[in-house]
Structures are given as structure tokens and as C-alpha cells.
Design a protein. Sequence first.
Length: 502
Amino acid sequence: MGTSLMLISPPPPTKTPQFTPSIFPLPKTHQTISLPSSRKINTKIRSTRKFGNFLDLKPEYQPEDFDFDLPWHHSSDRSQFDVIIIGAGPAGIRLAEQVSFYGIKVCCVDPNPLSVWPNNYGVWLDEFEGLGLEDCLDKTWPMASIYIDDNNTKYLDRCYGRVSRSKLKEKLVKGCVSNGVRFYKGKVWEIKHHEFESIVVCDNGKELKASLVVDASGFSSRFIDRDDHKLRKRNYGCQIAHGVLVEVDYHPFDLDKMVLMDWRDSHLGNEPYLREGNSKVPTFMYAMPFSSNLIFLEETSLVSRPVLSYMDVKRRMVARLRHLGINVKRVLEDEKCLIPMGGPLPRIPQNVMAFGGNSGVVHPSTGYMIARTMALAPIVAFAINECLGSNRMIRGKHLYANVWNSMWPIERRFVRECYCFGMETLLKLDLNGTRSFFDAFFDLKPYYWQGFMSSKLTLKDFAWLSLSLFGNASNSSKFDIVTKCPVPLAKMTGNIILESIG
Ligand SMILES: Cc1cc2nc3c(=O)[nH]c(=O)nc-3n(C[C@H](O)[C@H](O)[C@H](O)COP(=O)(O)OP(=O)(O)OC[C@H]3O[C@@H](n4cnc5c(N)ncnc54)[C@H](O)[C@@H]3O)c2cc1C
């Protein structure tokens, strides 16, 4: 059964929203499975397999679209918009909600605006509380744990939450609908520009006109130009991970703590090939325990270049689960996570605005983006309103410059270079170096490690963080920093200089 909502007016809403259960309820038996709304079961599954190897199990739940009644823009409509947003992912929908709040006419274009977002998102509770989005979490953990190695575990006193994709989408879409956003079902093929307006051409030939086009189509966006300066090659890092929501007989993790990082490698004792690879390009386990037999597990390579093989990630995960005594009975969902990190920013300004995954906002050292994107949307929306709101009529070049600068003021561009420096440093560390790094990092004052992870540090904070990190580091880490960091440091300095001279 899909989530049932009447979102269009008139007539006014008549049905009460039915929220999805907070997490997947576990069945007592396979026959009595209680399915989450907006999902349906894949009946072709069920198998027994070797203890610990779950890769042959197919995920049981297939996404089913939301049952919202959206206000559509029809192909025959000739109306012109102020803003067209390409993409109805978290970034696109949040920006549409915020811009339309000012009475600006917005159209959101996506091949399927009603689809369920596919990824599992985690955020720190304080990040969502600050935005009034804490009701969009379906589970929170009062603490997070970090396993540095077998003998060293750290507990972080910061509450972590799993985002409820359905609640977040529902809340943002409701805001869009009450602010008058129109939705168009289509894939954008091309964007044509005139001095004061742009035309979005969809794959069915439909043309939509607006003063501003925002591309929120995710990492594989085709419409944004990157800064291709010779000295700033496309030096992306990449996060790769395999995640599964699983029913298990048992798992060893405390239910009041999520596992942010488990860097232990004792599971690779009998796997020399995997152990050698892991000591060079390490992976860790990220885990969200929902109950004693329902858990989300993700084997993650924080950042690698070239990207670590997906098969290696999965093999390491199988070995880890076997070692931890985790027997997977059913896979409810799985995800392949591939996130480009760092690299050059989009060219600023340009006549299409980027927002979300394609805008450089992904944290270069962690891959996180959701909370930051939710927080940036009101800032960018304010700038759009300053130009396109009633009577202002600032369009064309000035509009593009104002909107881009609201998202990437020069200080934030400098700070991003520091975060990219963080990524370049991580890329140079092997397993031991990575462990020492995080051992020292999570011993910093919470202001610094929390600010770093939430992309909130200023340049000055960043300088303090670097000095404190060096001060806290073990002798071997200090040696690592001194020997491995000069090149990234020089790159960062060069990029900051390039940024300042434009
Ligand atoms: C598996 C995975 C797990 C992640 N986990 C986290 C996490 O825990 N925390 C966190 O902060 N970040 C996480 N991220 C990173 C990031 O937050 C997500 O990638 C996020 O979904 C990006 O949002 P977005 O709206 O920019 O793009 P997307 O979610 O990719 O949405 C883009 C939308 O645009 C549409 N589209 C694409 N092309 C066109 C076109 N030509 N015309 C019209 N529409 C188009 C797509 O259909 C899609 O609906 C994760 C990423 C992945 C891949």
C-alpha cells in the first residue's frame, strides 16, 4: 500500500497522512511479514547460504512510488516560471520548497517526482534540529562509537539519526504544494540561454521557460561547467561502500550507539590478500542497529583514488560479518554508494545554478551532504528572492552572480580548499596512519571535530584544528604528516591563490 495523501488544493486535504512505520518492522515468521508502506515484496527470493555470506541474497523490498496527488504542469500549459529546478532529489525538493515560500513561481522537473529516494541517509541530530527537521528522523542513537582497533574504542557524545526518506520527502513536498510549486514529469535534455531567460528542453520535446534554471540532478549532472584550470586537474577522490539493511540472528553492537567507524581488521587474519589490500586502502564498517536482529551495515572506503574495487569492498564485508558472528537471514534493502569527493568547484558564476550533489557541497573528507544542503537552501532561496522577488527584476548576469555567491562566498571557497586538503591527507594514509589520525581527531575538543564533520568551521578554526591535531598526534603520525602532507599543502595554497585572483 502506498502512502496516501491529498496534497493539491482545491479541494482541501481530506485524508489524514499515513506515515510509514519508523523502521521496518521485523516479521515473527516469514509469512506474516509486515511491509513498510511505499514498498512491495519481491517474491522471487528466499535461499539458504553459507554462514556469513549474504551476497547471493536479493533485497526483498522494491520501492513503490508515493501516492501523492501533485500539482502537475501539463504539456499544453504555456505559463512561464521564475525558477525551474531540475531534479526532485533531496536537494531539488528542499530548494523548491524554500524558493516558493517567497511567492516565486517554481517548476520542478524530474523523470519521476513521486519516486522514493533510494539512499540511506544519516545525519547528526543537532544538524536537523537546527533546521526544524528533527521530525524527519525515524531512529536516533544517543551516542556514536569508533573502533580504532581491537584495544581502543571511543564513544562520541553526539546524537546521530537515520533520516526517514518518506517523512522528509513528504514534509518538503507538502511545503512545495502549499507554496504553489508545479511538477513536470520529464528528463531535461538541453538548456538554451538568452540574455534574461533560459529554456529547458525535455526529452519529449517540451520546452519550459524561466529566469533561472537550477540544476539539482545529482552527481551525474551534465549541465554544470567545472573550473578546468590547467593547475586544477579533476582530482576527485571517491567514496565507495556497500550497504545492506538486514535481518540477522544476532549482532554484537549496543542498541543505544550507532557505529560511525569500525576500523578493526582482525576479520582478515585468514585472508592474506584482503588483509594486504586493507592495510593499504582501508575500509571500515558503519552500522545502525535498530534492534537485536535488524541492522543497517555498510562496508565503506572513506576515500580512495583510483576508486577501490566494489568487489573488494563486498569481500571484506563478508569476512567481517563472518568474524563478528553475524548470520544474515534476509536482506531487506541494499545500496551501492559511490560519491565523488573534492575536485574543482563549478565555474562561478555561470548561467545555470548548481545545487546539491553537483555543486561542490559534498564534504570532501566524509562524503556527507544532506544536512548541509538542507541548511544552504534557505540562504540560496533568499538570494533568489532578492533578485526575482516582487519588483526587483534583477535577471541575467547579475542574478547568476548573486545566487552563486550566496552559496559560495569567497571565504567558503577557501575553507573548502582546507577540507580538500583533509581529503588529500586521508588519501595518503594507510590503515595504521588512518587509525592514528582518527584517534587524534576524535580527541579534539568537540567544537572542532563536530564543526569539521558538519562543515561549519571557519578558516581560523581550521588553522586551530590543524595545529591541535598535530599536537595530539603520536610520533609516527607526526612523521606521516611531515613527510606526506607537503604536497597537499602546496596544492591547497596554490588553489587558494588561484581562487583569490579569480
Ligand atoms: C548510497 C548513498 C548513500 C549516501 N548516504 C549519505 C548520508 O548518509 N549522509 C549524507 O549526508 N549524504 C549521503 N550521501 C550523499 C548525498 O547526500 C546523496 O547522494 C544525495 O542523494 C544527493 O542529493 P541530490 O538531490 O543532489 O541528488 P540525487 O539524490 O541524486 O537526486 C537527483 C534527482 O535528479 C533527477 N535527475 C537526474 N537527471 C535529470 C535530468 N536530466 N532531468 C530531470 N531530472 C533529473 C534524478 O532522477 C533524481 O531524482 C549518500 C549517497 C549515496 C549514493
